[in-house]
Design a protein around this ligand. Sequence first.
Ligand SMILES: CC(C)(COP(=O)(O)OP(=O)(O)OC[C@H]1O[C@@H](n2cnc3c(N)ncnc32)[C@H](O)[C@@H]1OP(=O)(O)O)[C@@H](O)C(=O)NCCC(=O)NCCS
Length: 176
Amino acid sequence: MARARRRRRARVGPKRGLSVRRGTARDAAVICELIRGLARYERLERQCVIGPAAVRRHGFGRRPYFETLICRRDGQPIGLALYFFTYSTFLGQPTLYLEDLFVLPEARGAGAGRALLRALARLALRRGCGRMEWAVLDWNTPSIRFYRRLGAGLRKEWILTRLTGAPLRRLARAGS
Ligand SMILES: CC(C)(COP(=O)(O)OP(=O)(O)OC[C@H]1O[C@@H](n2cnc3c(N)ncnc32)[C@H](O)[C@@H]1OP(=O)(O)O)[C@@H](O)C(=O)NCCC(=O)NCCS
């Protein structure tokens, strides 16, 4: 098992035709497709309404809300990492928050996911981050195993808290 893993790792990199580069506005449709692929995998496709125009506007507009890395194999896009920066007040350092990580099903197990995370780790350190953080669905055991092997810790005591739709509007409207 460990030997097979080492063998797989040894094939990762330029030899396998993998490249990881920042996404540009021209990649908006590709980014959108990969986001949709992740939503499908997470069985949340109905919630995924993003289109290329929103990607262009929010990723590459005047005030970018996110950045992307795209992994290509032999020039073809096969994987995406979409991330942005938050801030850890306790550490007094920025955090690289990974919103989406996805590799096309037919391209998995060839090192693209690891290559994307490695590129993100380098970026995080270059930009002075104290940590990288992301959420994973509790049933996504292959990914959880992968993250644990990288040395990531799972923080089950934190509960994701979300205010959206009508309750969000109601709170915004409420008088003081
Ligand atoms: C998680 C994911 C991004 C990993 O990408 P990947 O390109 O398959 O990953 P790699 O080839 O770099 O392999 C990473 C590890 O995952 C394991 N792995 C995951 N899926 C695999 C598959 N289908 N086939 C073989 N190995 C797989 C590998 O053994 C490898 O472990 P190792 O590095 O310790 O040997 C990818 O499987 C994916 O897109 N999954 C569906 C979406 C998802 O779960 N996204 C993350 C949400 S939090």
